[in-house]
Write a protein that binds this ligand. Structure first.
Ligand SMILES: C[S@@+](CC[C@H](N)C(=O)[O-])C[C@H]1O[C@@H](n2cnc3c(N)ncnc32)[C@H](O)[C@@H]1O
Ligand SMILES: [Zn+2]
Length: 296
């Protein structure tokens, strides 16, 4: 439970740069008052840390805003993380899920995501390639589950390149499934669309066993890294004993993301995969802030 001193510092998204500036101002006032203290973030390099420090004292925002604080009264920790140009981001009490700035269940946000995904990160194509290569090297017609399949970019590549595979596409967004159906066209004959949340305990019921579970840029949609281990365990439970989990997502740390509540560091991801029962965990590809692991 938050204490009297920090109870108004609630998890919320910023509506714009003004909210971000107000949050930085409030945090520095509370720091001066002795209620909050700054924690250093080991995800930042020394130079980035210096830029962050000087911005707190001068009020000028650095290239990337990412501060952590601790309430000196009750010990609760907070993250203030945002893009200073747009204000996109928010204030999170650590342990709370990190709110999402977009609603991927809405047709409008789903279409906007689809439209920009490949321009924003053209190197996603390298991930498609690598995932397809891994599946192609396995014998026999693979049964594949994709988690958070979205508009079907990866599914299209896999179904096109690997004529024998069949896929289950799991996503909680029917808006995304509609986009995927369009993208797949006739390839959809080898796909089954499942509308479910991979954050729920029961999604694995009656599914599997699969030869591969694949996922790209979706696991962080759990909205907090603490949910990753339970998900990895569920994935293990729907794989055949010799099945393979190919998981690609953003990571926290140099070259990657700053929010250490939402995103796992690479070592944390590997530890979570091992703890979930995967004994062979290998990094296959790291590019543009995304990392692909193979876990078996
Ligand atoms: C950022 S998109 C990535 C889509 C796709 N994997 C790609 O890379 O092109 C994340 C996807 O995960 C889905 N998603 C988010 N939370 C989910 C949940 N709890 N269960 C199932 N799908 C979810 C969203 O609807 C969206 O389609
Ligand atoms: Zn407190």
């Amino acid at each position: 439970m938050p204490c009297e001193e920090c109870r108004e510092l609630t998890t919320h998204l910023f509506r714009g740069v003004d909210d971000l500036v107000n949050a930085v101002r409030l945090a520095s006032e509370e720091t001066e008052r002795g209620v909050l203290s700054r924690l250093t973030t080991r995800e930042l390099s020394n130079a980035e840390q210096q830029a962050v420090d000087s911005s707190l004292s001068s009020g000028a925002l650095p290239h990337r805003v990412h501060f952590r604080f601790k309430c000196e009264v009750c010990g609760d920790r907070f993250t203030l993380s945002a893009n200073p140009t747009t204000g996109e981001g928010g204030w999170t009490r650590e342990g709370d899920d990190v709110p999402s700035p977009i609603d991927l269940n809405s047709p409008k946000d789903a279409a906007a995501w689809e439209e920009t995904a490949m321009h924003k990160r053209p190197w996603r194509a390298d991930f498609f390639e690598r995932i397809a290569g891994e599946i192609a090297s396995a014998p026999g017609p693979a049964r594949i589950l994709e988690l958070g399949s979205g508009p079907g970019f990866l599914a299209r590549q896999l179904l096109q390149r690997l004529p024998e595979v069949t896929m289950h596409l799991l996503d909680q967004s029917n808006a995304m499934h509609a986009l995927a159906r369009d993208r797949l066209g006739e390839l959809a004959a080898r796909a089954t669309f499942l509308t479910a949340s991979f954050k729920e305990p029961d999604w694995p019921d009656r599914l599997g066993p699969y030869d591969f579970v694949v996922t790209l840029q979706a696991v962080h949609e759990l909205r907090h890294k603490r949910h990753a281990l339970p998900l990895h365990r569920q994935v293990r439970s729907v794989l055949r004993p010799d099945g393979v989990y190919l998981i690609a997502d953003h990571y926290c740390g140099p070259g990657g993301m700053a929010n250490d509540q939402l995103y796992l560091r690479i070592d944390e991801q590997q530890a979570a995969l091992r703890e979930a029962g995967f004994t062979q965990v290998t990094e296959l590809l790291r590019e543009g802030g995304l990392v692909l692991h193979r876990a078996a």
